[in-house]
Design a binder for this molecule. Structure first.
Ligand SMILES: *[C@@H]1O[C@H](CO)[C@@H](O)[C@H](O)[C@H]1NC(C)=O
Ligand SMILES: *[C@@H]1O[C@H](CO)[C@@H](O)[C@H](O)[C@H]1NC(C)=O
Length: 432
């Protein structure tokens, strides 16, 4: 049989595109040679980076046209630039059996990949993460001429593809209903690295973090804020430890961070009155993005006694460990289209961590309220959930917290590659 080859295209930072990296890894595991085309930036997972079957082809970033030219013109120049580089790379790399393209962005990705796929007689598969035009609509307004052009291009070339995957049932139904596109729902699943960790791994992680962030250290060099090591070498969680809350964010407009801050305000107040009922909280927020310094200033101005916020920079391999060490996750993701699910909750569930998340229409495909997580609308709801969760922590009310963790066991057992093999592989391998 001829050798199997796939080309994965993402017109964005490959390192920040976990799902396309998972696709590439799974293809490589099934003996495909994979070319990944995209932008460099964040470091991809080391499994992807060092796989002998996966090659990277990075595109050159367009110059900052918008610094010197009006928005409209700079947008067109950027698209032309991307078109040239993308087409050049796609024509130059070996012919694949199929192109697997992330949408969004849709422009110029969909038209170019469609054209090249036809020229090279390969199949075109779109992985719908969301709609490009709704994201554009958030930035420049839903009725802007560019948003409308974008809508028509996405609808037209979206329909031309041979095969479609998408991230939720809601999205699959919407694609079918609006554009007559039949997409197979392939849920995000946690990768293997998102696992529970042992007590000694937690201890090592906090010792390491304590070197850069004094919040995690303790007056005794062998102890940390949350763990202690006894003379016999045994590591235990401290009885007087704070609750560890974790949230990861890309610090953008579409995540309203003030909800969490308001909820923490309320927690602070309640704890200051009834301090024996609740632990202090350590809230760790990871991620980088445009609004980080804006919120850092607000956080610094808070004079909390019982709540501390830390925004550490983490090595990629420490992020899963930190999630696995936390007591509760918070997710502020809302969806521009209402059709995608937050990957960070998938990762948290992989580690067995229950989550409080802002509700929106299709979130029920991932979180069942009061079974494996809690869904909130307002800061007041979130504050109530935090107070309820941490009431009596760590000793009392442990059954409640264990109930949620038990309910995640089934979810934890089904991993990305297994799901991908079952759902995606049969379709992809039939396109040869
Ligand atoms: C303190 O606890 C009491 C009884 O548990 C409750 O009625 C009261 O509302 C609490 N006050 C605050 C501010 O949390
Ligand atoms: C928190 O404090 C408010 C008043 O400050 C009170 O009404 C509320 O009942 C308290 N919540 C809990 C869970 O104690």
């Amino acid at each position: 049989m001829a050798n199997k080859r796939a080309c994965v295209v993402v017109l964005g930072d490959v390192g920040r595109s976990p799902r396309m990296q998972y696709h590439a890894l799974s293809l490589a595991k099934e003996e495909y040679d994979v070319d990944i085309v995209g932008y460099s930036g964040s470091t991809p997972y080391s499994d992807v980076l060092f796989s002998s079957r996966i090659s990277f082809h990075f595109m050159k970033q367009p110059p900052m046209f918008s610094h010197i030219l009006p928005k409209f013109i700079s947008y067109f120049l950027k698209v032309i630039w991307q078109t040239c580089f993308l087409a050049w790379i796609l024509l130059w790399i070996p012919k694949p059996n199929f192109y697997l393209v992330q949408n969004p962005p849709s422009i110029p990705t969909l038209p170019i990949c469609w054209l090249i796929a036809r020229i090279r007689r390969a199949q075109l598969t779109i992985d719908w993460h969301n709609y490009g035009y709704t994201i554009m609509g958030l930035a420049i307004g839903p009725n802007h001429i560019l948003t409308r052009i974008s809508y028509h291009i996405e609808a037209l070339f979206g329909r031309f593809a041979d095969l479609h995957f998408c991230v939720t049932k809601a999205m699959s139904q919407d694609l079918q209903h609006n554009w007559g596109v039949r997409a197979i729902t392939l849920y995000d699943r946690p990768a293997e690295i998102f696992q529970p960790v042992s007590l000694s791994e937690k201890h090592e992680l906090f010792l390491k973090l304590g070197k850069d962030y004094h919040e995690f250290s303790s007056s005794r060099p062998d102890d940390t804020l949350l763990t202690e090591r006894f003379a016999d070498g045994q590591v235990r969680l401290r009885e007087d430890r704070p609750g560890l809350l974790i949230s990861s964010t890309s610090w953008t407009e579409d995540e309203d961070f003030s909800i969490l801050l308001d909820a923490l305000d309320e927690y602070e107040l309640n704890r200051s009155v009834n301090s024996s009922d609740y632990p202090p909280l350590m809230c760790v927020i990871t991620g980088k993005g445009p609004l980080k310094s804006y919120y850092s200033n607000i956080i610094q101005a808070k004079q909390w006694q019982h709540v501390e916020i830390c925004t550490p920079w983490l090595e990629p391999e420490d992020y899963p460990k930190l999630i696995a060490s936390a007591d509760l996750g918070v997710c502020l993701h809302t969806s521009s289209s209402g059709f995608d699910l937050p990957m960070k909750v998938v990762d948290m569930f992989g580690c067995g961590l229950p989550v409080c998340a802002v509700g929106y229409n299709c979130l029920g495909e991932l979180i069942t309220d009061r079974e494996n997580g809690m869904i909130f609308k307002t800061a007041g709801d979130l504050a109530d959930q935090l107070l309820n969760w941490f009431h009596g922590f760590p000793r009392d009310n442990e059954e409640n917290r264990q109930f949620y963790r038990r309910n995640l066991k089934v979810y934890q057992n089904l991993r990305w590659h297994e799901e991908w093999r079952k759902i995606a592989l049969p379709y992809l391998s039939s396109t040869n």
